[in-house]
Design a protein around this ligand. Structure first.
Ligand code: ATP
Ligand code: MG
Length: 601
């Protein structure tokens, strides 16, 4: 902990948090218990959609709002749990009518212990149909994959091929712009269902009308008898460190996604919850669809893109209780100034969390300035399927720390010693984040890469590829991705630490730090800096920022060079790509990035 730790001694009245005593919460926790608490039984069958939707209807929450979709002109579409159930049943029936059913002989994505069913993908924005298709697919026992709607034809083709996708649900516009041209190259893609934007236009050749099929389908459908180990979801990683990987998760993931929605997001039944992640990424499905529904919460889904004014309006007007967002967005809000946030009141808001990239201490503290509460960092990956490390709503928050291991998760920092791993027992020493396998949402395969999957596990641990240190109280502090860490003159330098320090300068909005070759030190630190509005790049400002960094970090760790950048290179999910900065710096080809991630048509 640090002297800046935000103490949670005085809790807001009237809220019984899921986790108040961290140690007691950990020691009393088992995954079997979590599974029983979710399902209420010990049945060997487990189906994500059943737990997310039908279970709520069964328990009398059918009339409750499952989701509210808001469009550009603030038109709202409300969907209750019962309506969602009916829609999912109809879609599961549509798949059956198309011959796409849970079939033990079918070849689908992944190579886990159980043979997965065929894959159904969406290429949609944040629309109600995405919920229907995702949950209907899961209910029918098939594998669901949500593709990011801004992908161009190339990244789409790669993913549709890798996932052996049989059915794609998309809009007419997206189909014409992105899919029509590659359709012939995708023999496994049997059916394309179109969610119509205009009922009067003619459907493209070779496609089916989604709503028409839905109308013909039955309102009832019994959930497929899937089991814990059956593959349910296919996600692609963000591609921050290399070519994006296809990751499969099983139906058991719902146990961890539910438990963490309670323990970390602190979601109670009936609460209003807003997850800003796009459904094209794992967060948008795990915590933008499945987890919150299993908590019988009401989700706000804003169909528009980021805009500070609009976001504050969503928070205030929709009475959001719990907000899950990302550091990039928080930093952009900071750039727009705390006074904009304070121009409205948020009496319902009681918990704010963040994921995806390191959350610097300034951003955590800015939360207090702007909303009267800190942002709570959470750490996880596509591969872990659920939050693994977090700052909990009712616990102290040391700004800049990712928090502590979630109950049921054994997380350590380790070092490699020969073929073995050594747990680093002494506090504050840097090592790789390692997780003990056995939690329910652990990935079951990397598509087409069984070897890579095997190599992720060493000596009985899953190695996450991120470096961190763990302090005396068990809080983890992010250092960087293994590939991004800088070694200079024998020192291990954390790009995150340098970036966070640069961002404490009033002119700096965002920063990215990389190692560049240096004949003497091996590597030297170079920083790329985006300025806040109102500041102009100049030699004088560069010297001032350098001086600021040297004063706080010391000469060895401070950047030797600072370059101003109008916008830092990011993945489609908004993460800074340091590897691209490194490649540019060294004059190397930019690799997969331009073809896989960058293109939008
Ligand atoms: P790829 O694996 O293709 O390079 P990616 O790792 O960015 O892409 P994701 O699975 O979406 O793909 O992201 C997980 C990674 O994001 C983590 O391994 C970590 O590096 C980073 N991350 C997530 N949450 C945090 C956090 N709270 N603090 C620091 N880093 C985080
Ligand atoms: Mg990764």
């Amino acid at each position: 902990m640090t002297e800046r730790t935000i103490r949670k001694a005085a809790m807001p009245a009237g809220i019984s948090h899921y986790l108040t005593d961290y140690d007691a919460g950990r020691s009393g926790f088992t995954w079997e218990g979590a599974r029983r608490a979710l399902t209420g039984d010990t049945d060997a069958r487990l189906n994500i959609a059943f737990e997310a939707v039908d279970r709520n209807v069964e328990r009398g929450h059918g009339a409750r709002l499952a989701a509210r979709f808001i469009d550009r002109s603030w038109k709202r579409v409300d969907v209750t749990y019962t309506e969602l159930q009916t829609r999912c049943n109809r879609f599961a029936g549509v798949l059956r009518s198309l011959g796409i059913e849970h079939d033990t002989n079918a070849v689908g994505p992944g190579s886990g212990p159980a043979r997965p069913g065929p894959c159904v993908a969406t290429l949609l924005g944040r629309v109600p149909e995405l919920f229907t298709v995702g949950l209907g697919t899961l209910k029918s026992g098939n594998v669901f994959c949500s593709l990011f709607s801004a992908f161009g034809p190339e990244p789409l083709k790669t993913r549709l091929e890798l996932g052996h996708v049989r059915v794609l649900v998309t809009t007419e516009t997206l189909y014409r712009r992105k899919v029509a041209g590659i359709r012939e190259m995708l023999p496994e893609l049997r059916h394309v269902l179109i969610v119509r934007e205009d009922v009067h236009t003619q459907l493209p050749a070779g496609t089916l009308d989604f709503e028409q099929l839905m109308r013909l389908s039955s309102e009832t459908y019994e959930a497929a008898p899937t089991r814990d180990a059956d593959v349910a979801l296919l996600h692609f990683t963000s591609g921050t460190t290399g070519r994006p990987k296809g990751v499969t998760l099983t139906h058991a993931a719902v146990v961890a996604q539910h438990a963490t929605s309670q323990l970390v997001l602190d979601l109670h039944p009936g609460e209003v919850y807003w997850c800003t992640a796009d459904p094209g990424w794992v967060t948008g499905i795990a915590y933008g669809l499945i987890g919150p529904l299993t908590c019988a919460a009401t989700m706000i889904v804003d169909r528009e893109e980021f805009d500070p004014q609009r976001w504050y309006q969503v928070l205030a007007q929709e009475c959001v209780n719990i907000w899950y967002t990302a550091p990039t967005a928080i930093r952009m809000l900071m750039k727009a100034g705390a006074s904009l946030a304070r121009a409205r009141r948020y009496p319902c808001l009681r918990h704010m969390a963040s994921v995806g990239e390191p959350l610097n201490a300034e951003a955590v503290i800015w939360g207090v300035e702007a909303f009267g509460m800190p942002f709570h960092d959470t750490w996880w990956q596509t591969e872990t399927g659920a939050i693994m490390i977090a700052n909990f709503a009712a616990c102290d928050v040391p700004p800049g720390s990712m928090g502590r291991a979630v109950p049921g998760i054994e997380a350590q920092v380790v070092r490699r010693a020969g073929g073995r791993l050594e747990v680093i027992a002494s506090p504050d020493e840097v090592g790789e984040i390692a997780l003990r396998p056995g939690w329910p949402s652990m990935f079951s395969s990397y598509l087409e890469s069984p070897e890579r999957y095997r190599e992720s596990f060493v000596d009985g641990w899953y190695l996450a590829g991120d470096l961190a240190r763990r302090d005396r109280e068990g809080y983890f502090w992010f250092i960087g991705r293994s590939d991004d860490v800088i070694k200079s003159a024998g020192h291990l330098i954390s790009p995150f630490e340098v970036e966070s320090t640069l961002m404490t300068h009033p002119a700096v909005a965002q920063a990215a730090v990389i190692g560049v070759p240096d004949p003497i030190a091996g590597q030297a630190v170079k920083a790329f800096v985006e300025l806040r509005s109102g500041f102009e790049a100049s030699e004088e400002l560069r010297r001032k920022i350098l001086g600021h960094a040297r004063r706080l970090l010391g000469a060895v760790v401070a950047p030797r060079e600072i370059a101003f950048s109008d916008s830092l290179p990011r993945t489609r999910s908004g993460k800074i790509m340091r590897r691209l900065l490194r490649a540019r710096e060294l004059g190397l080809p930019e690799g997969d990035l331009s073809t896989l991630e960058g293109r939008e048509t």
